[in-house]
Design a protein around this ligand. Structure first.
Ligand code: PLP
Ligand code: COI
Length: 368
């Protein structure tokens, strides 16, 4: 579907009910992930006859949803995940936001939804961060997680793309994604469930992918693990990705392996950034299939030194333990290894404005 490109002006309607400062600062003392929300939201509507219209930043509030809204029945919904950081020198920055804007439209195309002009996506995010600037926590390891999303809102039960959509951005101040903080995570290898098949929606960031992953993630929790890792749907052999993160393997020869993008995994922006940073350090990064059998054998032989998961929410998390129905094994003695630490520090250093942003990955929000 074609995007409507007429310029839009955001109607800024400040909330009359902002959380009192002392309550916000109290909440900042113990940030988890995704339970606390800022005062505002950005909203833009789309209809087949008007295109994109009614852009606003307004008090965060529930949407009235008709029970026949198509998202409720056919799950036409996509989202993004990105973060605003407060740097040590007081700037408010976004990390590679144009990558999220581009991926959002790739997801929209796959789900037969209208594309949102990238400039409009970026402006909605920026306007929300401006309205909620005081919600960007400054403490190390914390940030303002931004969740742009779009859903089908037409009241209609036929199975076809909706003719109305709501795009929205909400914001949530966050600390570590995992309860254990920076400790290495444990991973459950799903045997019964797969996440995406060739021709499916694996490369799109659509809610349905996550709905389908929840039973496997619940199994991982039941086995005492933090995350599930999926194998490919065709052969149940090749490592794909975790429920909400991409995965990397660090070999004894110093090279790094990560599963290739082929339509079944999410093209992670953290993944892409880490590949670039590693290659600049002279590390060979192979985007190639890696099987669970190789993973087991390499962990046993010592050929595999480290493994880590990465994503916007989780940043970079070492994988310490891998469990599967017949057993379990450790990687790097269950500790975070030096390559994982170095790459994590390089990425976080850029994101938090501590090291030179040689790639121009930061978008500085002037005056925020
Ligand atoms: N894979 C999945 C399934 C995800 O949900 C995410 C998180 O967004 C990622 C990978 C990592 O992507 P990114 O680094 O762009 O956050
Ligand atoms: C993100 O990292 O932004 C995601 O969307 C993944 C999810 C596990 C929170």
């Amino acid at each position: 579907m074609q995007a409507e490109t007429a310029p839009l002006t955001f109607d800024i309607k400040p909330s009359a009910n902002c959380l009192p400062e002392q309550d916000r600062l109290k909440a900042f003392e113990n940030l988890g992930f995704g339970t606390l929300f800022s005062d505002h939201m950005a909203v833009i509507r789309w209809s087949a006859d008007k295109g994109w219209h009614a852009a606003e930043v307004t008090a965060r509030a529930p949407f009235p949803i008709d029970p026949a809204s198509s998202v409720m029945h056919y799950a036409q919904e996509i989202f993004e995940g990105m973060k605003a950081y407060r740097t040590a020198d007081g700037r408010a920055v976004l990390f590679r936001p144009e990558e999220n804007a581009r991926r959002f439209n790739e997801s929209a195309r796959r789900m037969a939804m209208p594309e949102l002009p990238e400039a409009l996506f970026l402006e909605a995010v920026e306007q929300l961060v401006r309205a909620d600037a005081k919600w960007i926590p400054a403490a190390e390891g914390s940030s303002l997680y931004l969740r742009p999303f779009m859903f089908a809102s037409e009241t209609f039960l036929g199975v076809r793309p909706s003719k109305e959509y709501i795009f929205c951005v909400i914001a949530s101040p966050v600390g570590p994604y995992f309860k254990g903080g920076a400790k290495p995570v444990s991973i459950w290898v799903s045997q019964d469930y797969t996440r995406a098949a060739s021709g499916g929606t694996g490369a799109a960031k659509c809610g349905g992918n996550y709905a389908a992953s929840l039973v496997a993630q619940a199994e991982a929790y039941a086995k005492g693990c933090d995350q599930v890792v999926f194998l490919d749907a065709a052969e149940h052999k090749w490592v794909e990705e975790l429920g909400g993160m991409n995965v990397f393997f660090v070999m004894a020869d110093g090279s790094i392996v990560t599963p290739p993008l082929g339509g079944t995994i999410l093209p992670g922006i953290t993944r892409k950034s880490l590949i670039a940073l590693a290659r600049e350090e002279g590390i060979t990064v192979d985007e190639k299939p890696y099987s669970f059998d190789e993973w087991k054998a390499d962990a046993a032989s010592g050929r595999l030194k480290e493994a880590f998961a990465c994503g916007t929410a989780a940043v970079v998390a070492a994988i310490g333990t891998v469990k599967y129905p017949q057993g379990e094994f450790q990687i790097g003695g269950g500790e975070t290894g030096p390559v994982t630490t170095r790459l994590r520090d390089a990425l976080v250093g850029i994101q938090r404005g501590q090291t030179d942003d040689a790639h121009g990955w930061l978008k500085v929000l002037e005056g925020v």
